[in-house]
Design a binder for this molecule. Sequence first.
Ligand code: PMP
Length: 339
Amino acid sequence: MHYYESIIDTIGNTPLVKLHRVNKGIKGTILVKVEYFNPGNSVKDRMAIRMVEEAEKNGTLKPGGTIIEGTSGNTGMGLALAGIARGYKCVFTMADKQSQEKIDILRAVGAEVVVCPTNVAPEDPRSYYSVARRLNQEIPNSFYANQYDNPANAMAHYETTGPEIWQQTEGKITHFGAGVGTGGTASGTSKYLKEQKAGIVTVGIDTYGSVFKKYKETGEFDEKEVFPYLTEGIGEDILPENVDFSMIDHFVKVTDKDAALMTRRLAREEGLFVGWSCGSAVHGALEYARQHLTDDDVMVIILPDHGTRYLGKIYNDTWMKDHGFLERTFATARDIVHR
Ligand code: PMP
C-alpha cells in the first residue's frame, strides 16, 4: 500500500512549471514553483511544521500545549495542520485587512482566531504582534512560534525549497525570485542556492508601503516608506530577523494594482489560479528579468499560495473596479458576441 502516515508528510516536492505567455518578449527560461500543491495550499506549510518540530525538540512545546502565532493566514493553516497531526491547540492573531476567507479557513480546521486592527504601529498593544505576545504570556503551556524571528523558518527553506529547486533545475538555475514577508522563503532558499553556485542572483519582491528595498539600498530604516497597502503576505513595517539582506541581491517594489493584474493574468493565461503575492512576485521578477536575463538564463520564481483565498478581492471584478484596478466590470452578452 502506498500512503502517507499523516497529511503533513505530503508537504514539499512541489512542481516547477514553465511560463509561456506573461513573460512574452523576455529572454531566458522562466519557471514558477507552485506552492499551492502543499496540503495547506501555501509555501508556509514548510516552515510551520519545521517550527513545531524545533519547539518539540528544544522543549518549548510540550504535549497538550497551545501554538500561538500572528499570521496573515497561510502560516496559521500550516500550523493548524501540524497542530492536528501532533495534538496541539492553535490560537492565531490576524490583522483585519486579511481576507475573510483566510479567517474562515483557519476556523474550519479548528483554530481560534483573534482579529486585530491593521493600521496601528507594531508596538501598539492592539497590534497582532502585541496580542500574540500577550496571549503567550497568559495561556499556560503555550508556544509563540514567532515566524518573523524564529530561525526554523528560513531553515525550512534552506533544507527543502532550496534543494528541490537545485535538483529540479539540475543546477541550471541562474536567478531566483521570491516575495519577502518574514523573509524566510527568500533568505533560506537563496542561502542554499548560493552555496551550490555563488553567482545565482536573488531578487526579493517588496511592496510600496514597506521598508525592505530602501533598507537594502541605504541601510536606513525609513518610517516614511511605511503606509497602508493591500497586498497580503509581503512587505513589512519591521525588519524581521529572517530577512537576511546579504542573501537578497536586489529588491523590486510592486504596486497593489500591478500585482492584482498580473495575478489575474497568471490565472487566465497560464492556468495558474494563484494568490495576490504571486502576481507581485512574477511582475517584480519579470521587471528584473526584462533588463538582465539572457537566452541561457533560468529564473525560478516562488508562487506562495492559491487563488481561492482571494476570490472576494482581486478575482472579483466589482472589487477590482471599486479599487480603481479595473475600468469596467461585467461583460454584457453583447460584449461577448462582439469581442
Ligand atoms: N506570500 C504570501 C501569500 C504569504 O503568506 C507569505 C508569508 N508571509 C509570503 C508571500 C512571504 O513569504 P515569507 O514570509 O517567507 O517571506
